[in-house]
Write a protein that binds this ligand. Sequence first.
Ligand code: 5RP
Length: 256
Amino acid sequence: MQNRLARIIKPKSGRCVMLAVDHGYFGNIPGALKDFGDLSPLFQHADALMLTRGMLRSCVSADFDIPIVLRVSAGASMLKELSNEEINVTIEEAIRLNVSAITCSIFVGGEYEKQSLMNLSKLVNWGQEYGIPALAVTAVGREMVRDYRYLGMASRMAAELGATFVKTYYCDDFENVTSICPVPVVIAGGKKLPEKDALQMAKNAINAGAVGVDMGRNIFQSDKPIGMIKAVRAIVHENASVDEAYGIYQDGPVGL
Ligand code: 5RP
């Protein structure tokens, strides 16, 4: 378990930059994910990839050495009730794919809250049996407010249920989320923001106790995705300032 986790959260800095490209699992197919093009120039700069087994098959060469955080949940598209998820990949398949962690979403306060919490519990039980970390993603329903009370409660619940680490959204007073969550916390990026704002969010999250990011759209939808992931890395691993990181983004090539 610790060995696999150390492939994702790098022991040297205690931090990680995960690249999330699992959006298509509920029918959300933004930007560079549309064309199944070669994303490997971007993947090279990530500490780990979070994706579905379909993306793993189609977009990641078997000889590419990168830890995989495999989404093993699915159920409803974004046209229906998203919280209606179940576990759709067996642990045997996850082991066969040699993944470093398994992940699903929890929908605290959502219609299928209990089902999603039991999904996470299943991953935790599998993880305990086979030494595979379980990442809980605190998904936020449209009706939920993204504040520290809600995100802190959802993150803490994930940890209490046994998640090895938690992915949640950034919010004001984020230290009130990390301070009540006893396992490492990474932030999702959310919808595409201007690059400087996304870098500021990453900086704020790290300053508030996050160990890193699991960012998707703010990287692969950027006009300079390689510059952007390098800039995020500088903040996460090297404590760069937002201005320094923004310079790194600006120096990146246009497109992939
Ligand atoms: C959705 C997810 C996605 O991986 C995550 O939200 C994607 O990252 P971003 O918000 O940065 O595009 O887990 O439940």
